[in-house]
Write a protein that binds this ligand. Structure first.
Ligand SMILES: Nc1ncnc2c1ncn2[C@@H]1O[C@H](COP(=O)(O)OP(=O)(O)OP(=O)(O)O)[C@@H](O)[C@H]1O
Ligand SMILES: [Mg+2]
Length: 229
């Protein structure tokens, strides 16, 4: 069976005036395979390129070189990439990107509106997801009034709205206290399990990484497999 996601020889460089030869090489040949139902953690120091790599794997950014196949499709071709992004990929961003003025419920409904799901069925699913993340009582509250942990829970629910095959989560427990961090990570794995999604997450949290099937460290532009404890 073909893998759900296969990235080969991914490079990313940026043109910057200060760097050597005017280009700065961030990713230097990343290979990664994600099978259905698998969970993968990517760790690494700040600035190594974890968010950039996650954005590339999630089709939000283009690599300078390399190939990316998701569900058997070439995910670097614009028409495939739009469809995959809308129907097969969920993203929890490092800085949430909720619409501050919109209510919690309206934030969660955004992905469903993009693919024109019927309002009745998407509202039912949104409320169900809000219940899963224990945020049902905040459905009418503007997102700007939520705490960091609450925003994170809403961001997870929103990413799950269109039942993605792959959920990407960038430091989902970053900036959270210990207890909330435990609740969020439990929720993330439960959500993936309930919605049959595979997961690729970026984290500095060793405990969270250890709960994944595979752990990589991004260093010097390449992924290195880590031993699980
Ligand atoms: N569009 C861009 N142009 C130039 N440099 C960029 C661009 N995007 C990212 N970078 C640089 O690439 C490096 C890696 O950024 P990235 O956000 O991927 O790191 P990270 O590993 O996620 O770090 P953190 O753990 O702090 O979130 C940084 O030095 C950043 O400034
Ligand atoms: Mg980052």
């Amino acid at each position: 069976m073909k893998p759900l996601l296969e990235a080969k020889d991914i490079h990313k460089s940026f043109i910057t005036p200060k760097s050597h030869n005017g280009t700065f090489q961030l990713l230097k040949g990343v290979n990664l395979v994600l099978e259905k139902g698998q969970t993968i953690a990517i760790m690494g120091l700040s600035g190594e390129g974890k968010s950039t790599l996650l954005h590339i794997l999630g089709t939000l950014e283009k690599p300078s070189h390399g190939s990316l196949r998701i569900q058997g499709y070439d995910a670097l071709v614009a028409k495939n990439c739009d469809r995959l992004r809308q129907k097969s990929i969920g993203f929890v961003f490092q800085s949430f990107y909720l619409l501050d003025e919109e209510s919690v419920l309206d934030n969660i409904l955004i992905p469903a509106k993009i693919i024109n799901t019927s309002i009745k069925s998407s509202k039912k699913r949104a409320l169900n997801l809000l219940e899963q993340v224990n945020m049902l009582n905040t459905q009418d509250r503007p997102a700007k009034y939520l705490s960091g942990g609450e925003k994170q829970r809403v961001a997870i629910a929103r990413a799950m709205m269109n039942k993605p095959s792959i959920l990407f989560a960038d430091e989902p427990t970053g900036n959270l206290d210990n207890q909330t961090s435990k609740t969020i990570s439990k929720l993330l794995f439960e959500s993936c399990h309930q919605n049959n999604s595979s997961l690729i997450l970026v984290t500095h949290d060793e405990h969270l990484a250890q709960q994944c099937d595979i752990i990589y460290r991004l260093k010097d532009g390449k992924l290195h497999l880590c031993e699980k404890q």
